[in-house]
Design a protein around this ligand. Structure first.
Ligand code: GSH
Length: 206
């Protein structure tokens, strides 16, 4: 049995959507990040990083969204969530998800979690002020050089799509109008039509 530790409104939504797409049997545990449950003694035993998502499997706990997404895709080959038999395409997929995790997510985190990088108020405000520009630059790059359409990698839906979906969903709170990025904006609407996405969003609200 798989158990996904997640919190609503976080990057864990990409893993939740992917589990819903996979057809695998899974359970979820909602970690209350508003009350810092991710730092509780009990949760730190599951994920010492104090973050969500974490995926408990029969063989141990996995963390880091790109790793979790690739694991789910490999555990559910029939769901065709990644180009598992094409090393180059799979590397392209990992490059996209690597860019999201190392750059886009980190750009965003400078707004709600700037305290990871600085203590003084002026530096925190300065980091926050830069977030719209950094997010917009990332989305410009995604649209002009990475996104193929209708899905990130082209005709086939993959585990890159829920990850982009989460980042696009964060744009308004980061002070960026998603309509500035028509490909990502339309992709977001396309994602909302998928039953797995609807089920994942319903689970977030439950
Ligand atoms: N690199 C990790 C980042 C995980 C992460 O930062 N998760 C955020 C939610 S989006 C979190 O748990 N934040 C709580 C905290 O920083 O205390 C991944 O991609 O899974």
């Amino acid at each position: 049995m798989l158990t996904l530790y997640f919190a609503p409104g976080t990057c864990a939504l990409a893993s939740l959507i992917t589990l819903e797409e996979s057809g695998l049997s899974f359970d979820t545990k909602n970690i209350n990040t508003r009350e810092n449950e991710q730092r509780s003694e009990a949760y730190l035993k599951i994920n010492p990083k104090g973050r969500v998502p974490a995926l408990a499997t029969d063989r141990g706990v996995l963390t880091e969204t790109p790793a979790i997404l690739a694991y789910i895709a490999q555990m559910a080959p029939a769901a065709r969530l990644a180009p598992l038999d094409d090393p180059f395409e799979f590397a392209r997929l990992q490059a996209f998800n690597g860019y999201i995790t190392s750059t886009v997510h980190v750009n965003h985190a400078h707004r709600p979690r700037g305290f990871r990088w600085a203590d003084d108020q002026a530096a925190l405000e300065s980091m926050k002020a830069k977030v719209p520009q950094n997010m917009a630059e990332s989305f410009e790059l995604i649209e002009s050089t990475m996104f193929e359409g209708p899905w990130v990698l082209g005709e086939a839906y993959t585990i890159a799509d829920p990850y982009l979906f989460v980042m696009t969903g964060w744009l308004p709170s980061d002070g960026v109008d998603p309509a500035r990025f028509p490909k990502a904006h339309e992709h977001y609407a396309r994602m909302l039509e998928r039953p797995a996405v609807q089920r994942a969003l319903a689970r977030e609200k439950a």
